[in-house]
Design a protein. Sequence first.
Length: 405
Amino acid sequence: MKKIIGILMMVIVLIAMASGLAYAGTKITQSDIDEGLNFCQEYPVRLALDGTEITFGEKDVPPVIIKERTLIPARALFEAMGGIVAWDNNTQSVNIKLDNTVVQLVIGSDVAVVNGVDQPLDVPAMILDPDGDYYGSTMIPVRFTAEALGCEVSWEDSTRSVLATSPKTEEPVIEPNEPSTEPTDGNTDTPTDDDSGMLDMIHTAAKDKLVVIDIGHGGKDCGSIGHQGQTDQLYEKDLNLPIGLKLNEYLKSAGVKTLLTRDQDVYLTLDERTTIANNNGATLFVSVHNNSNESSTPHGTEVLYNSKVNAEGKTENDLYGIASKTIAANVQDEMVSICGTYDRGERSSPSLYVLKHTVMPAIIVEGAFLSNESDLKMLRTSEFIDNYAYAVAKGIIKSLNDAYK
Ligand SMILES: [Zn+2]
């Protein structure tokens, strides 16, 4: 549906552009767009962040210069900076949040909204699909957006590159336990599995549904330990924390109401965790974990659930309109597709404490194994932490949007 609306919007935008109605200030015509696309196909434009080239997904339209303004696919650059890029289907807008700044770009509009204040745009955000394969890219003006978010942007003519520099902030880099000095050569692919490359906003009917994010272990409870006793020892609790915090950001950016059981390195009993969810009337409980085994062979992702029936024989669907098993399957699918992990499937685990003692639909995500060498290497990358959080957010949003239309 979103794709159809996207295509429809693109057609409307292009018709408006061709007729010169859309942009009173700088008239952009279809021939301006064609000219830009053709020229940039012959002379590609590159994009670098802090000296590292940004690569785009296979389906992405590469950077294009239209009327001397460079447009890039919305997600690649700003997610590399740790920002959040979300698509709002209702307003047909791209919303980018970095630190305390939010930029909203409506498709085809020559006004951007930066922290609630309107600012004029020379060239609007637009959806382009030059090869007509219906996998259009949402393109946004890079200089305006990056500068609004506090970045410096320059153009290097010799390499035809847009050079962006991250804002200077004191963002702590989370290096669990002993930081590894090895380059993280594991998993550098950015997720490109969907048409827009962004999270969907939550339906209005699901906006009052509370999702409790339970970040596994903490404090004296380290959870699983990778490379125990070695200099690069890694505690599961230190992985779960940044994943859970990022998941919270992703869900909030999509309009989901959330509550965390912990947001720092503290110990909580399992009973305290389930009580938080039960007492706050949560609709969904998601527990963030990573796995371990005595053998170094098992690897990959599994999502655990418990299909509950209450004392009166009412199912989760009867009581909440949504079921643990469906949520588990959606999250499992997104994890495997976005993180590229081995698919261990979703599993019914009715005896696990937090699944048994929460009254609402609940899942435990076991992202990857600290006891497996290749999983452990991947777990140490910031890409995996981000992909894990993004995938779970996507699975949860899909589940809520399917249940509450
Ligand atoms: Zn755990």
